[in-house]
Design a protein around this ligand. Structure first.
Ligand code: FES
Length: 243
């Protein structure tokens, strides 16, 4: 992969972002997302380029990026799989699930599968405790995951059946949370649906639909590194297309 500086289109986008703020450095977080969306991670050359754009040192840019675990300073797979092992998920078998996932992917948390497709992470609470145990893939949620449904999920991702719902790592333009995609529910189209008939419409409506864009237009990012939070827009209300 040719990873270096921002490409021409992204330089234009970066300049637009910088122009939104009274101080150049204030655009740094959106610019980091832009770089990560381009290359899947933050390369040293990319970091240097951002430093030039916001008139900081590369060390300052790197220091900011390293504070947030959504940013990756080393190459990762096309899919970053986060397995929650916090209390609710742990009580619902998260460690057994993690063991199974390690076997399926042939790697441990912090590692990447031999084919370079999947990077595995052991995550803190992902705020989907009601659907434990849960997993995220590139920050898209999957709830009530079982070993079998995880294997099906991997098969669907490899086959490209979830390309509309789980874009390559780094793509943030629209991250929806709708209780949790159905792990192993390949072939579905359109916005993520709940994972079973027990989740009624009222539940879906009160569930956060998380929307994030690269532009700082007031979509705050809550804890756990996810964008937005409860009270976010209904799926489909954002004017950007899911990627
Ligand atoms: S403990 Fe797993 S999502 Fe909260």
């Amino acid at each position: 992969m040719d990873v270096a500086r921002l490409n021409q289109d992204n330089v234009v986008r970066a300049r637009e972002l910088v122009a939104l703020y009274p101080q150049k450095r204030s655009a740094l977080i959106p610019l980091l997302h832009l770089l990560q969306e381009q290359d899947g991670y933050l390369s040293p050359d990319g970091i240097e380029h951002l430093a030039e754009l916001v008139e900081l040192t590369p060390a300052e840019v790197r220091g900011t990026a390293s504070f947030y675990d959504m940013f990756h300073l080393e190459p990762v797979g096309r899919y970053v799989v986060g397995v929650c092992t916090n209390i609710a998920c742990m009580l619902d078998g998260a460690y057994e699930l993690l063991e199974h996932i390690e076997e399926t992917l042939g790697t441990h948390p912090g590692g990447t599968s031999a084919d370079g497709m999947f990077t595995l992470e052991d995550s803190e609470c992902l705020a989907l405790c009601g659907n434990a145990p849960c997993v995220t893939v590139n920050w898209r949620y999957f709830g009530n995951v079982t070993p079998e449904s995880f294997d099906q999920l991997v098969e669907d991702l490899r086959a490209g059946r979830l390309d509309g719902e789980v874009p390559p790592h780094g793509t943030l333009s629209r991250v929806q949370r709708n209780v949790g995609l159905r792990a192993g529910g390949g072939g579905q189209s359109g916005p993520a649906t709940a994972h079973g008939p027990e989740v009624d419409l009222a539940t879906r409506r009160t569930t956060a639909a998380v929307t994030s864009t690269l532009a700082p237009r007031g979509e705050g990012r809550g804890g756990n590194g996810v964008a937005g939070g409860p009270g976010g827009a209904e799926p489909g209300s954002d004017d950007r297309e899911a990627r």
